[in-house]
Design a binder for this molecule. Sequence first.
Ligand code: SGN
Ligand code: CA
Length: 516
Amino acid sequence: MNKKQLLLLLPTLVPAVASAQGRYNIVYIMTDDHTAQMMSCYDNRFVSTPNLDRIAADGVKFVNSYVANSLSGPSRACMLTGKHSHKNGFTNNEHGIFDGSQQTMPKLLQAAGYQTALIGKWHLVSEPTGFDYYNYLPGQGDYYNPSFITMTGDTVVEKGYLTNIITDKAIDWLEHGRDKSKPFLLLIHHKACHRNWLPELKYIREYEDKTFDLPATFYDDYAGRKAAAAQEMEIADNNHMDIIYDTKMFRPGLDTRLTSNYLAMIGRMDSGDRSAYDYFYDSLAIDFWNRNLEGKALAEFKYQRYMRDYAKVLKSLDDNVGRTLDYLRDAGLLDSTLVVYTSDQGFFMGEHGWFDKRFMYEQSYSTPLVMRLPDGLSARGDISEMVQNIDYAPTFLDIAGAEIPADIQGESLLPLLEGKHPKDWRQSLYYHYYEYPAEHSVKRHYGVSTADGWKLIHFYRDINEWELYNLNDDPNELNNIYGQPGTEKVTKRLKKELVRLQKQYDDQEALKLNAQ
Ligand code: SGN
Ligand code: CA
């Protein structure tokens, strides 16, 4: 074939998605610590999230969606690079600095002609790279009158409630900030619903008349699970869930481990707002301290406070996702834009008696993932293939018509969004968590989970424990059957699969730990 013939053929080789009215835009909304139990299209027991559900209703809901390392910074690094933690270098929040000189999906999209922007939580310590525009939170950020770091490195305090402000900024960039002749990638990274769940004042009374059912595993005794017994994230334990900082039961003269942090956070409010806040929580606190609750009554009181405050924070988030969708619709962008909603990981809402995440157990290993699909992508409803946050980068590159570099470890989800179900889709996922010793004392571990419902985990460092679960029989992961008679064959199969994944992803450190 000569050059001319090849050129004539080229248009048919370019993916269909890159044709028509141009390339798809991508709006990626990521929240913090938002878990599928608290999203009504996944689970309608606890809250109603109509705007989040709108995304799924006009597109797809991934029902087997997982992270590679259930912690904020690591998850963000996986998303940006499409690589597992040991490859992108950001293994944990406490000692990591993201190497911003490495290849990232925003940089690759920029090179492919996209405008790129990041607004909200970043949490990777180094300055963002690969963005035409960014405005991000220092560290975890604050809910009230939050600070933002600008592209010139200045820290600017903004008035109001964080979730509203992030949305205002995102809409402002869409309307006034971007070059409208180019397709765009907009990352909207909310702090909601991260600890310590400080609500927008207009929703301070929301959910107060609701009593949430206790999870079946709330009083887990951790039998047969040494790592689960060693954690420090129990709702019942006042050293883990702080009675003032977390449940807001302030008492003059009582100085808990986190009282000063709490006072600094609510101290950011304007005086009028602060009075309204104090009026509400002080009356609850006075009543609480008068009751002298202990044992189960105290644990269950804390659980209700936790659920209610988390749900309030989520209410503002849901409103703001609705506002973002409305803007896209009114601006005529919805049909050409992929809207993704996910979280940096899942979260425990009292399961096993816990808050927080980190474990490869279902609630924290999974993460919500819904997508509103633009014209041309025909999938609808639930997608059950196993997907992971390392898949987002190759997916976005793919739908932009850009090349996916060979060293990216995730898989493009584009075939699934086109309604296809490739027969050779992956049947297992790999996980590796590193942040130990650290807050919440979750031991280091890695593992494999399979599409047919098995999970094998190895906890290491100052512990050497394997756990094996069959989720079909034991969805709550209470019964560690590792080493039990009759499990030899499946254990052998899973260990082989674990090694295969460690080799595929080149996790040399973990490969050496298997023999322990
Ligand atoms: C903070 C929280 C922890 C939480 C980590 C990581 N403590 O340190 O409870 O696990 O963030 O969360 S706090 O006293 O500061 O609230 S992450 O989502 O950013 O990874
Ligand atoms: Ca998080």
